[in-house]
Design a protein around this ligand. Structure first.
Ligand SMILES: [Zn+2]
Length: 426
């Protein structure tokens, strides 16, 4: 079985390709909607220009490039057999406003680098390097549009959604040169791909605390998003005696602390109040209504749902004590997505073969991988995020860690090829 790289440690060729991937992320950052910042949303002109540049890099690596019907850029590296299976390696090329350079982009550039590293060597499967057009959901307020389309679960009703400038998604597709009526053509059939592999910066502090370059994701945490209201009674700040007030914000303040207490009391739980709005909202008025958002995440759905139930009971009792009402106005639950166990083992072995400890961790953030898991065995490799900083211009990644990730991904391909009984000749 031909290994792309022998022994431990990163070879000079891999290190150089990792540096090139980083340089490409830096160049991609100049394709932006806001001068001096990195902001690139779905179907925007900067994304179209980036597609042109990225297509050039893909073609130089030996990929055949197309833009799919959902605005994703896809490069195909053929396998030994023209109709053989295909492994997808991908991530996204859209960003949050004033983003860093690596969230999403690095995973795409590593996909290109992996194919480059094969140097024309054919595997028993093809590779699709996938650059999803929308993951962050910034432009139309709905995330994962690219992977939803690729996995055949794009909701047509979304085409009517408008962006901040009043442009409907359907029209944005046309401006991008795509026909929104054909969006279903972007879908891979269930079982149509051999697997999905995504490399992504961790966006958190776990790997840095472990002193590790990379980690293997075991599960993407489930999320509960709750919108709630506390209904009290507004009144004059000067004339309403303290006794007998039904201050909605004071009750909300207690609830915020309760959410924090709950988060701290359950291992692995994340519980956050992210927004709070008060009505009437004047300095001389006792708040009558407080609206807040609660975000609860855990890798285990039973633990998360138990926390939601617990919090609901605490909120109701806290409100009753104060004579106000606690009302849930909207509730969304997203199940946790485990990575494919066989792929996790293969990726862990690739990390170990590369001479590193195969640390395993969960992802607290959602990723394209969670969506693609619906149609393919999914694996995800995290790279250390210095300072845990992400969704921020200071987001960074170490060149050495990128080289390790690239080597791990190459070894992953070889292990996967071994499973076919032949790694293929060069
Ligand atoms: Zn991302």
């Amino acid at each position: 079985m031909g290994r792309a790289i022998g022994g431990h440690g990163v070879s000079g060729g891999v290190a150089a390709m990792a540096m090139e991937a980083l340089d490409r992320c830096a160049e991609a950052a100049t394709y932006t909607e806001e001068p001096g910042k990195v902001t690139r949303t779905f179907l925007s002109q900067p994304m179209q220009r980036l597609h042109g540049r990225l297509a050039g890099w893909m073609e130089a690596a030996g990929l055949h490039v197309r833009v799919d019907a959902a605005g994703n850029l896809v490069g195909r590296y053929p396998g030994l057999h023209p109709h053989g299976p295909v492994l997808m390696i991908g991530s996204h090329v859209d960003t949050v406003p004033d983003a860093g350079k690596y969230d999403g982009l690095l995973g795409v550039m590593l996909g290109v680098a992996v194919v480059q590293a094969l140097g024309g060597r054919r595997l028993p499967f093809g590779i699709d390097v996938m650059a999803f057009g929308d993951e962050e959901g910034v432009r139309f307020g709905v995330p994962f549009l690219g992977s939803l389309a690729a996995s055949g679960r794009f909701d047509r009703g979304l085409l009517e959604r408008v962006d901040a400038r009043g442009i409907a998604m359907a029209h944005a597709f046309r401006l991008f040169g795509l026909d929104p009526s054909r969006i279903e053509e972007a879908a891979y059939p269930p079982g149509g791909i051999l697997g999905y592999l995504e490399a992504h910066i961790e966006q958190g502090p776990v790997l840095e605390a472990l002193g590790a370059s990379v980690g293997v994701v075991e599960a993407i945490a489930g999320q509960s998003r709750i919108q709630a209201e506390i209904l009290g009674r507004s009144g004059h700040a000067g004339t309403s005696p303290m006794a007998g007030r039904l201050d909605a914000l004071a009750a909300a303040a207690e609830l915020v602390l309760e959410v924090e207490r709950l988060g701290r009391s359950v291992a692995g739980l994340r519980a956050t109040v992210g927004t709070i709005a008060v009505e009437p909202g004047a300095s001389n008025v006792v708040p009558g209504t407080a609206r807040l958002s609660i975000d609860i995440r855990h890798r285990r759905d039973d633990v998360r749902m138990a926390a939601v139930a617990d919090l609901h009971a605490r909120a109701v009792s806290l409100a009753a004590t104060r004579g106000v009402k606690f009302v849930v106005t909207r509730e969304e639950h997203q199940a946790a997505v485990p990575a494919d166990p066989a792929s996790v083992e293969r990726l862990a072995r690739a990390v170990a073969d590369a001479g590193h400890i195969p640390h395993r961790l969960d992802s607290g953030a959602g990723h394209d991988a969670a969506v693609m898991a619906a149609i393919a065995p999914m694996a995800m490799l995290f790279l250390r995020s210095p300072g845990g900083v992400s969704h921020h211009p200071d987001e960074s990644v170490r060149a050495g860690d990128v080289a390790v990730a690239l080597e791990v991904m190459i070894r992953y391909l070889d292990l996967l090829a071994d499973g076919f009984g032949s790694a293929g000749g060069s």
